[in-house]
Write a protein that binds this ligand. Sequence first.
Ligand code: 13P
Ligand code: SF4
Length: 335
Amino acid sequence: MTNIKEHWKKKGYVDEPVPSNINIEKEILRMCDEKNAIILSHYYTEKSLQKIAHFVGDSLALARQAQKTKADIIVMVGVHFMGETNKILCPDKKVLIPDMNASCSLAESCPADKFAAFKKAHPNHTVVSYVNTTAAVKALTDIAVTSANACEIIESLPQDEKIIFGPDKNLGAYINAKTGRNMLLWDGACVVHERFSVEKIIELKQQYPNAKVLAHPECKGQILKLADVIGSTAALLKYTMKSNEKVFIIATESGIIFEMEKNSPDKKFIPVPPETTEGVGCHCNECAYMRLNTMEKLYNCLKYEWPEIIIDQQTIDAAVRPIDKMLNISEKLGL
Ligand code: 13P
Ligand code: SF4
């Protein structure tokens, strides 16, 4: 490996400057045609990336899209666990992500060795994991879920089944409350959704009395209590499109507002501010990991077909089972 490749490897992305005389969007799409590559993006990435992607969706839709694509290369503009999910579902395809450092606080909160010890300490439990986990944690899991299907999948299990749920304690508590289960919860949380301010939602509700509060289930219980609608990013988006209301207070990553505004230009979307902006600047309702993705990194990633998600076969074989189970149950339930 040359020195420059070592340099990129350390950085986790290619930081070669993009030539100033090219049209970067056109060049990205040309490379996609030439290489039979598809760009998948999560709703939490910046607008320009959502605009150029061939498909934009929530984590469930992204997994389904990866599963059915005929492309040879999948570029996952999102976070690392989403790239891993694509690779697990499509082991024969090349899966790229523009920046290897695009992690997720939930996935980070749940190291596989510690999760294995937790599982061992609680035998005879079914292990259900949120899709926001590493491939190694999925390999320890019986059924994966996303925020779009978690309650329904848990409800499909026998009432007396003992369940371990990780890594999001807020989503876990929400599912427990909604389904009347008593799942054992891993102590993880999302840095973005944990920070939304209860006081600021109350102030916004006073200012906009007819507004609907929409929240992702990764938010704390106090926020969910104030919400009119709780759902995955796709479910919240769908609600804004169907609703006759004109103002929405959004308690999830603000990237989703791009798609909401695009579909409902006559409606107003107000992102909920975080409790404090101290030490974290003013973009606190943006996921810092998702925002590591840039157009330049996407260009270089396609050009050099790097960074690539590599997972060993043993982990793929173990991790595909909970994802397949999730996709099959979701399909049966019509989700
Ligand atoms: P969705 O499953 O709603 O796409 O959420 C993924 C995520 O990372 C939320 O923070
Ligand atoms: Fe992970 Fe939270 Fe970012 Fe979603 S918003 S990718 S859960 S850190």
